[in-house]
Design a protein around this ligand. Structure first.
Ligand SMILES: C[S@@+](CC[C@H](N)C(=O)[O-])C[C@H]1O[C@@H](n2cnc3c(N)ncnc32)[C@H](O)[C@@H]1O
Length: 191
């Protein structure tokens, strides 16, 4: 459990304070069709799921914070209260798994990576978006979150990719960076 439950009190203001993500970039990475099943892990208020909703309605948001999920549910998203380390879904249940600005908040990142991989269907893709720790001001954010007792643990792009190094040979891993953002894309080859 977090030392302080920051997202409980932040939830009603979150969408007003955090600007929308780069939908064009996310949609280019996700390559969605209207039948694609998307799981947004640590999806919070649905800020990132809103981008996926431009292409598919099969979206599920999983998050630890009931307050954040309440915001997402109010927008019409299907939500589940769950920890990224123990996702309550069968293996291969989703074609796309996204995790935006959430990996650095979880307690157990290697276990989270194993869970993202487990629920991914063959031919599917995991897209993790994070701040790029190689950028100076991101190091300041990381420090600020630590001082705010947020339990954040930022990884650099190679460390995020390395979380999937133990995946079977049917994984291909790609890293893209743009400004202060990094995307780690893990593709599970189709059988
Ligand atoms: C900064 S918010 C990002 C929300 C959303 N992905 C977005 O892009 O706006 C981080 C979210 O991660 C969630 N979170 C933190 N640890 C988690 C865990 N272990 N499992 C699931 N969600 C978690 C928090 O409750 C919060 O909603």
């Amino acid at each position: 459990m977090p030392i302080l439950d920051h997202f409980s009190w932040f939830a009603p203001y979150y969408d007003r304070l955090i600007k929308p993500g780069d939908a064009e970039k996310m949609l280019a990475l996700l390559q969605l069709s209207s039948s694609t099943r998307v799981l947004d892990v640590g999806g919070g208020t649905g800020r990132s799921a809103e981008m996926a909703r431009l292409r598919t309605s099969h979206i599920l948001i999983a998050d630890l914070s009931p307050a954040m999920l309440a915001q997402a549910a109010a927008k019409g998203f299907q939500v589940t209260a769950a920890a990224s380390e123990a996702l309550p879904f069968p293996a291969g249940a989703f074609d796309r798994v996204i995790m935006v600005d959430a990996l650095h908040h979880v307690c157990d990142q290697p276990q989270t990576a194993r869970e993202l991989w487990r629920v991914l269907a063959p031919g599917g893709k995991i897209v993790i978006e994070e701040f790029n720790l190689h950028v100076l001001w991101v190091k300041w954010i990381a420090l600020a979150e630590k001082l705010a007792l947020m339990r954040s643990h930022f990884l650099n792009p190679l460390q995020i990719a390395a979380l999937f190094a133990g995946a079977p040979a049917d994984a291909s891993i790609q890293i893209e960076t743009e400004g202060a953002t990094v995307w780690v894309i893990v593709t599970r080859l189709a059988h």
